[in-house]
Every structure is written in structure tokens, then in C-alpha cells.
Write a protein that binds this ligand. Structure first.
Ligand code: ZN
Ligand code: ZN
Length: 230
């Protein structure tokens, strides 16, 4: 993803983002995919351009230490491995989490996503890194659902459906294309049912309504029809 300078404009009560592009877009391609060469859809994400935070660095090395415990590969070797993976992932962009880094918070998050991905993929136990994990971050919560890992303790989890609609509403009128879900083990599942999601969220610093997944995503991670509505 390219970092684009963006200007915000308000006109007649509507808000517009104007982005300065680095190259002229491939207009043939734009027209093919959107049916118009000057009106089309893009994704937009706020880039956190502050310098990478010390707590991101701490999390990165705690995770590497967990991978070391699991694999015996030295953390220096692992660090270079993930830096290289980041480079190929971003088509040659350099990353560093040293004190004098030029990398941004967003860059560091992308690197951390690669490490977290790796750990979920290979079932590396989160130990040191677990208490530092970004539980409020959508990406982590999503990976927990995808790999059926409890977002609180890391044990084997089932999917808990969070009822954000409020009691008393007829379930048949609920929009079934979007679901609020959490990955919770048996213990944490009974706890949330016991103390309620507000107290649970305050105790463990997790979003009170879990994460919202659309039908496509639910299907992609194999959840369609497999979660109960309790
Ligand atoms: Zn748990
Ligand atoms: Zn439940």
C-alpha cells in the first residue's frame, strides 16, 4: 500500500478526501473494473505516521522469544527473517524497530501482523508475548476466530456470538449477514455468560461487542452455520 498525502475538504455538509497520487492511474484498468474512468472505489485507511512505539518493539521481541522457545532458532536470525519477509511483502520497503528507527507505527503493526500470522499458522504457543498482545486490535481478534484460539488465554476456543441487538428483539429480524463474534475457551465462555459482556470487556480489555464479520469472511474462515447463537 502506498502512503498518499491526503487533504480533507468539507463542502455543503459532506466530507471529501483528496489524495495526491504518485503515478497516473492506469485508466484502462480503472474503467474495466469500475465502468468509469473518473469515478471509482478505493479503500482508505488512516496511516499512523508517528515513529514506531517502544511497546511495539517490546511486543516484537517478546513474540520472537516465544518462537525461539518453540523452535530453538536464535532471535537475531528470526528478526532478520521477519524483516526480510516484510521487505518482500512491501516490495522492498525497509523496516527497523531500533531506537533511531524511521519506521512508522503503521509499518511496525504490519511487521507484527506477519509475526502473529506465523505464530497462529504454526501453533506457536504465546507465552511472553501473550500479556503484551494487542487484544483490542481487530486483526488479532480475527486471527483468534480463524484459528479457534481463546482471545483471553490462548486455549482451544469456540466461537461466541455476541448479542449486540439487545434483549427482547425478535431474532428473525436480525441482520444475518453480519455477526459479532469472539473466540473463547470453555472457561472464558462461561465467565462472559456469567458476568455479562460489559464487565468481561472491562476485566480483560477486549472490545465489548467482539468483532463484526460479514458473511463472506465467516464463510472463508469456516464459521458459517457452525456457531451457536447463545
Ligand atoms: Zn480462555
Ligand atoms: Zn456464548
Amino acid at each position: 500500500m502506498e502512503l498518499l498525502p491526503t487533504k480533507l475538504i468539507e463542502k455543503d455538509g459532506e466530507w471529501y478526501q483528496v489524495q495526491k497520487l504518485i503515478h497516473k492511474p492506469n485508466l484502462d484498468h480503472v474503467e474495466t473494473v469500475s465502468g468509469s474512468a473518473d469515478e471509482y472505489y478505493t479503500y482508505s485507511e488512516l496511516a499512523d505516521t508517528r515513529k514506531a512505539r517502544p511497546q511495539q518493539r517490546r511486543l516484537f521481541f517478546a513474540l520472537l522469544s516465544d518462537i525461539y522457545t518453540w523452535s530453538g532458532m536464535p532471535t537475531d536470525f528470526l528478526k532478520n527473517l521477519f524483516y526480510l519477509q516484510y521487505e518482500s511483502y512491501t516490495f522492498g520497503k525497509q523496516i527497523s524497530l531500533s531506537d533511531t528507527t524511521e519506521s512508522s507505527v503503521s509499518d511496525a503493526n504490519r511487521l507484527l501482523d506477519l509475526v502473529i500470522d506465523f505464530m497462529f499458522e504454526w501453533h506457536v504457543p504465546f507465552k511472553e508475548g501473550y500479556k503484551l498482545l494487542p487484544r483490542e486490535q481487530e486483526y488479532y481478534l480475527f486471527q483468534c476466530c480463524r484459528h479457534r484460539v481463546c482471545m483471553i488465554c490462548g486455549n482451544r476456543a469456540d466461537i461466541h456470538h455476541v448479542d449486540v441487538i439487545g434483549a427482547g428483539l425478535n431474532r428473525t429480524h436480525v441482520d444475518h449477514t453480519k455477526r459479532h463474534v469472539m473466540a473463547l475457551c470453555r472457561v472464558h465462555h462461561s465467565e462472559i455468560e456469567q458476568i455479562g459482556s460489559v464487565a468481561f470487556s472491562a476485566k480483560y480489555h477486549v472490545p465489548v461487542d467482539g468483532i463484526k464479520l460479514d458473511k463472506e469472511t465467516l464463510k472463508r474462515i469456516g464459521l458459517k452455520g457452525k456457531y451457536s447463537s447463545d
